[in-house]
Design a protein around this ligand. Structure first.
Ligand SMILES: *[C@@H]1O[C@H](CO)[C@@H](O)[C@H](O)[C@H]1NC(C)=O
Ligand SMILES: *[C@@H]1O[C@H](CO)[C@@H](O)[C@H](O)[C@H]1NC(C)=O
Ligand SMILES: *[C@@H]1O[C@H](CO)[C@@H](O)[C@H](O)[C@H]1NC(C)=O
Ligand SMILES: *[C@@H]1O[C@H](CO)[C@@H](O)[C@H](O)[C@H]1NC(C)=O
Length: 377
């Protein structure tokens, strides 16, 4: 009644808000004190979902770090809310974004475990206790995650050294979560219960109680080796020969001419590849018309450059295309006889185009004219 009589509208609103907050606070207090175990009987989320929530919680802390009530603080605001930093208002703002970019199940998880966040806020954070939210929320209370280097429902220790499980060369299945069987998944090259041995194709470069270092065998080794390099192989791969000095050495298969006549050979590590010769060559030693051993028919070797060049049959023998309106046209490696423009070859003779092909010829002429015009321009 006093409120309605007040002259300041702001003060009226302020009073209502302060009143509601007080009710809310009492409600929270009752809920927190009466529910001793607020996690029991609730769904346990996946550890990653929990981690995302924690990450968003920290983001929320950061983004609200400099917020306040947007100015215009009145006495009651300062008095009833004490400090924004540990206020419900700030918590509500943070909680609104706990599932940003989160998994689908995040919303139900946050909803179900809202009290846990609130409890952390008021009993730990607001009390300036140095409690880590991830540890509090995901590991200890929600029991969704485990401390580092532990796994499974009871957070059992991963195999191997406490600080370096799986010899540091693999990861323990379920590590950091309430899942998995704790078996070591070894990195490439490693095997064994705690990744303490080298896989075939690898050799042990060094080993002591806590560390094993495996390195890959040389490409020349068939399977296993006892040290690096081609000398370390227990056996050479196919395509490699044993040499007393050098260990496994590559066989140059090309020396035995394994390719077809119109191909050339390139030696590779442990094998060889055949490539086709240039069209200008019958046989060759490499790619291109300058690597011919013999020119293909229709090509002649240029004595200066040693390149097999196309023979211009039309120039060499003017009698090649005999017949009226018949023209000789050179082609790579050969030639053909074609009728002049405006004529068509029929049964070996060139005859003038009939009306049915006229349009085609007109097009050709037009193109020619266009080209000439273009050149003039
Ligand atoms: C746990 O492991 C993560 C990632 O490997 C690391 O960032 C974090 O600092 C570790 N936590 C502790 C308490 O050692
Ligand atoms: C976890 O601990 C409980 C109780 O101590 C025990 O019964 C259960 O077998 C343990 N589970 C695993 C996977 O170690
Ligand atoms: C084992 O070897 C690693 C490096 O390979 C080394 O850092 C470590 O100190 C060694 N540990 C012992 C006990 O010799
Ligand atoms: C016209 O010129 C183009 C390129 O500029 C050429 O491809 C085409 O063969 C020429 N046409 C004629 C009929 O000369």
């Amino acid at each position: 009644m006093i409120i309605w009589g007040s002259k300041s509208f702001k003060a009226e609103c302020g009073f209502i808000i302060a009143y509601l907050l007080r009710v809310w606070k009492i409600f929270l207090f009752l809920r927190l004190t009466l529910s001793s175990s607020i996690v029991e009987g609730k769904t346990k989320p996946n550890c990653n979902v929990c981690k995302d929530i924690v990450s968003n919680f920290h983001k929320g802390l950061a983004s609200t770090a400099k917020s306040n009530f947007g100015g215009g603080n009145t006495k009651w605001e300062e008095k009833s809310l004490k400090s924004y930093a540990i206020s419900e208002v700030r918590l509500v703002e943070i909680m609104e974004h706990l599932c940003d970019e989160g998994a689908k199940e995040c919303h139900s998880v946050v909803e179900e475990h809202e009290e846990l966040v609130e409890r952390y806020w008021f009993k730990e954070f607001a009390q300036k206790r140095d409690t880590d939210f991830y540890k509090y929320f995901c590991i200890e209370n929600m029991k969704a995650c485990c401390p580092n280097n532990t796994y499974g429902p009871n957070c059992s220790q991963c195999p191997g050294d406490v600080d370096r499980p799986c010899n540091g060369q693999g990861y323990c299945q379920g590590e950091g979560t309430r899942e998995g069987d704790g078996k070591c998944n070894c990195n490439s090259g490693y095997r064994g219960d705690i990744c303490e041995e080298c896989r075939d194709g690898f050799f042990e470069e060094s080993k002591n109680d806590t560390h094993t270092v495996c390195k890959v065998c040389h490409i020349a080794c068939k399977n296993t080796c006892w040290e690096g390099g081609p000398k370390g192989c227990d056996e050479c791969k196919d395509g490699w020969l044993v040499d007393e000095e050098q260990g496994c050495i590559d066989v140059n298969e090309c020396l035995t001419d394994p390719c077809e006549e119109n191909q050339f050979c390139t030696n590779t590590q442990g094998s060889y590849t055949c490539f086709s010769c240039d069209d200008a060559c019958v046989s060759c030693t490499g790619a291109g018309p300058d690597k011919c051993q013999e020119c293909s028919s229709g090509y002649t070797v240029n004595q200066d450059t040693n390149i097999c060049q196309d023979t211009n049959e039309c120039e060499e023998d003017s009698s090649l295309c005999q017949g009226e309106h018949l023209l000789c046209r050179n082609k790579p490696g050969s030639y053909d006889c074609q009728c002049e423009s405006g004529y068509q070859l029929q049964d070996g003779v060139c005859i003038k185009d009939g009306p049915e092909t006229e349009s085609v010829n007109n097009d050709e002429i037009n193109t020619e004219i266009n080209n000439e015009t273009r050149e003039e321009l």
